[in-house]
Design a protein around this ligand. Structure first.
Ligand SMILES: Nc1ncnc2c1ncn2[C@@H]1O[C@H](COP(=O)(O)OP(=O)(O)OP(=O)(O)O)[C@@H](O)[C@H]1O
Length: 225
C-alpha cells in the first residue's frame, strides 16, 4: 500500500502539489489531469525520485525520505521517454543491467532476461543495439527492464504518448497481464477502462478520486470550465 499524507511539493519557491492525501491499495490506479497540473510530480513522489517538501509518502510502511533504496526496489518507474532509462548498448544487456547491480549470478541473470524478453515478444531483438530500436520497441524494453526486477508496484508516466496504435495496444496488453500494482499517469483516457480507481489532479490538488467513468466525467467538466 502506498500512502501520501498531507504532501506538498515545490520546485524552488513554486508550489506544484498542495496538500495531497491519498492511500493507494488497488491493483490499477490511473492519474489524469491537464498539462502542468502536477501528475508527473505526483508519480515521482511515489518511488522517492522526488521527496515531498512537506508531508509523508510511504510504501508498505517505508518512508521514501528514509528508505529511498528499499522503496525504489519496491516501486519500478517507467519514464515517458524510454531514452531516459535505456542505458546499455544492447537489448539483453539493458535488461540485465539492474540484475547485475544486485550482484546476481550470471546464470540467474541469463534466465531472468530470457524469460522477460520472451514474455514481451522482444526475444528477436536481444542482440540489437538499444538506441536503434523503434519508439514502441524502446518503450517495451524500458518496461521489461523495470519488470525484470520484480517490483511490487509499477508507476508509468505517460507511457503511450510515443506509440502508434499497434504498439499502444501491445503495451496496454502487457500492463493488463501484470500481477503487479499499476499506477498509470496518462492523457490517453480510454486506456483506463477496467481500472479500479482514477485520480484527477487539477492545479496541484487532488480534485476527483473515483471510478474511471466518474473521474473522466469530472475531468472533462473541469477542463471545459
Ligand atoms: N524540475 C522542475 N523544476 C521546476 N519546475 C518544474 C520541474 N518539473 C516540473 N515543473 C513544473 O511543475 C508543474 C507540474 O509539472 P508536472 O510535470 O508534474 O505536470 P504534469 O501534470 O505531469 O504535466 P504534463 O501533462 O504536461 O506532463 C509544471 O508547471 C512544470 O513546469
Amino acid at each position: 500500500m502506498i500512502t501520501v499524507d498531507r504532501v506538498r511539493a515545490c520546485y524552488g519557491d513554486r508550489l506544484v502539489l498542495d496538500d495531497i492525501t491519498v492511500t493507494l491499495g488497488e491493483k490499477r490506479v490511473g492519474v489524469i489531469g491537464a498539462n502542468g497540473s502536477g501528475k508527473s510530480t505526483f508519480a515521482r513522489l511515489l518511488n522517492g525520485l522526488l521527496l515531498p517538501t512537506s508531508g509523508l509518502v510511504t510504501v508498505d510502511g517505508l518512508d521514501t525520505r528514509e528508505s529511498g533504496r528499499a522503496v525504489r526496489r519496491k516501486v519500478g518507474f517507467v519514464f515517458q521517454n524510454p531514452d531516459n532509462q535505456i542505458v546499455q548498448p544492447t537489448v539483453a544487456e539493458d535488461v540485465a543491467f539492474g540484475l547485475k547491480n544486485l550482484g546476481l549470478a550470471r546464470r540467474d541473470i541469463a534466465g531472468k532476461v530470457g524469460e522477460i524478453l520472451g514474455r514481451y515478444g522482444l526475444e528477436h531483438l536481444r542482440d540489437r543495439q538499444s538506441h536503434l530500436l523503434s519508439g514502441g520497441e524502446k518503450q517495451l524494453l524500458a518496461l521489461a527492464g523495470v519488470l525484470v526486477m520484480r517490483p511490487a508496484y509499477v508507476v508509468l508516466d505517460e507511457p503511450t504518448t510515443l506509440l502508434d496504435w499497434a504498439n499502444r495496444r501491445r503495451l496496454m496488453d502487457a500492463l493488463a497481464g501484470l500481477d503487479e500494482t499499476v499506477i498509470l499517469v496518462t492523457h490517453d483516457l480510454d486506456t483506463l477502462t477496467g481500472f479500479d480507481r482514477v485520480l484527477v489532479i487539477d492545479h496541484g490538488r487532488l480534485a476527483v478520486d473515483d471510478t474511471p467513468r466518474e473521474a473522466v466525467r469530472g475531468y472533462l467538466e473541469l477542463v471545459s470550465g
